[in-house]
Design a protein around this ligand. Structure first.
Ligand code: F0G
Length: 463
């Protein structure tokens, strides 16, 4: 895939500034080495997330002015309805303020204590919403997903054998809903093939389990199907998206990703009985069913953003842009999850910072080094999030220590990506300078947001 230049030009700019190294060191200390605790204006390149960080187009900004703020039956709802019907094809939908609100409506209505919800890999909020209702969130991704340098084209796939065995073992009556997440964010932003979606759908159907797709990055996933799966190269991305959703009973959507907006989401479905139930919960927590958690202008921005997110020139650029960063990092000798994901590059921090033992948080250490060396903010996906403790209080590291470089949509240019690769080079050249970290405060849940860390002594001195 050759590099495809940005199919847009820049009309408005937002200045960013690289503060001095000494100031960055002070910011880190103040923040307890947790990048979530650093103010955004102290960040130069922000790769914390691709969610809600997109640049909107002139058409979206224009649409904002046409927002209808009527409490009930607003025109903006009808515009969004048209856009969603056109792409997703579901009969009913309710707007929500973001993806997790849609998850809350779905799971609080369907999941009872002791139930199970299978998925290829649950995202944190999906898992947390299943668990908040007493359910068990189960991940059944293919084994290949965990092989860092395997080039398998659809590493996000569900292991359909495991899925069917799982359903048989716990009984379909204990599974009120089955999911699959496209693309598979927690496993490197890797796509799921159409074949796999069909097989997954077939299994859920066979056991009479409603099938919902976590659709945040469905456009990137559809584009990967077009360029990687046999038989799809001549199909439009919109046709591919329609085919995906024709396999499901509904979807949860965070429009903050492929909807190209800063806030918004929805829950769509074919079953009227679900729709009637879900509306009641929506009214209680989000708002009247024709606005959900959003203002009329937000609904307009989502209606336009969903269509722009499927534009094939945009997607060609988007996937090539992410791959460009992956290629540049590989040139710098940085081990990454292969192939490049849709929305970001996931660095194998344990491999890159191989002088830092796993119990000294190599992922967090790399994230700190990238900020210190170049003002770049990334997120750790490793022991900070997942490690457990043994009976003596020692850390049992997670399987992998990754650092995610999530790329906001239509925001950074290639020279920003070149800059990031250069910062990685600096970190590599000065690697031994960067020591491991230890927790100084470990919250009990979702600890990556608020944990604090301190530096440990240099590894050499400890040995
Ligand atoms: N599902 C997936 C696969 C996600 O990646 C996210 C959010 C959500 C659901 C929840 O959506 O944030 O609108 O409530 N992912 C962001 C991220 C936060 O950084 O990966 P939300």
């Amino acid at each position: 895939m050759s590099l495809f230049p940005e199919p847009f030009k820049i009309k408005v700019v937002e200045p960013i500034r690289l503060i001095g190294k000494k100031e960055r060191e002070e910011e880190l200390e103040k923040a307890g080495y947790n990048l979530f605790a650093i103010d955004a204006d102290k960040i130069f390149i922000d790769f914390l997330t691709d969610s809600g960080t997109s640049a909107m187009s002139d058409r979206q900004w224009g649409a904002l002015m046409t927002g209808d703020e009527s409490y009930a039956g607003c025109r903006s709802f009808r515009n969004l309805e048209k856009s969603i019907k056109d792409i997703f094809g579901f009969n009913f939908f309710i707007p929500t303020h973001q993806g997790r609100a849609a998850e809350d409506v779905l799971f609080s209505n369907l999941v009872k204590p002791g139930n199970y919800v299978p998925n290829n890999t649950h995202f944190d909020t999906t898992r947390a919403n299943v668990e908040a209702n007493g359910g068990n969130a189960v991940d059944l991704v293919i084994d290949e997903a965990r092989v860092i340098d395997s080039d398998y084209p659809f590493k996000g796939n569900m292991d359909t054998k495991k899925l069917e065995n799982f359903i048989k073992s716990v009984g379909p009556e204990n599974i009120p809903v089955g999911m699959t997440t496209i693309t598979n964010n927690s496993m490197g932003g890797q796509p799921v093939s159409m074949k796999n979606i069909r097989q997954t759908s077939g299994i859920y159907k066979k056991y009479n389990i409603p099938f919902f797709i976590d659709a945040c990055r469905y456009a990137e996933n559809s584009y990967f199907i077009k360029i990687r799966e046999e038989g799809y190269s001549n199909r439009s991305v919109k046709e591919i998206a329609r085919e995906i959703f024709s396999c499901a009973d509904g979807c949860t959507m965070s429009a903050k990703k492929d909807g190209l907006v800063n806030m918004g989401g929805f829950l769509a479905m074919n079953r009227e009985d679900f729709f009637e139930k879900f509306k009641q919960k929506l009214i209680l927590t989000e708002g009247f069913p024709t606005y959900g958690g959003l203002s009329g202008r937000d609904l307009e921005a989502v209606a336009v953003g969903l269509q722009e997110g499927l534009d094939e020139d945009y997607l060609r650029y988007r996937i090539a842009h992410t791959k460009y960063l992956a290629d540049r990092l590989e040139e710098e000798g940085v081990p990454i999850i292969k192939p490049a994901g849709g929305h970001g590059v996931y660095v194998d921090a344990r491999g890159f910072m191989d002088h830092i033992p796993p119990d000294q948080l190599p992922g967090q250490s790399l994230a700190v080094a990238l900020y210190l060396e170049g003002g770049i903010r990334t997120s750790e996906i490793g022991s900070v999030m997942f490690a457990k403790k043994d009976e003596n209080g020692n850390l049992i590291p997670s399987d992998l220590d990754l650092v995610r470089l999530a790329i906001p949509r239509r925001v950074y240019t290639l020279s920003h990506l070149d800059y990031v690769a250069k910062v990685f080079r600096k970190v590599r050249e000065n690697k031994e300078k960067y020591q491991g970290l230890k927790f100084t405060y470990m919250p009990s849940a979702l600890r990556h947001f608020t944990a604090r860390f301190g530096r440990v002594k240099p590894v050499a001195a400890k040995a």
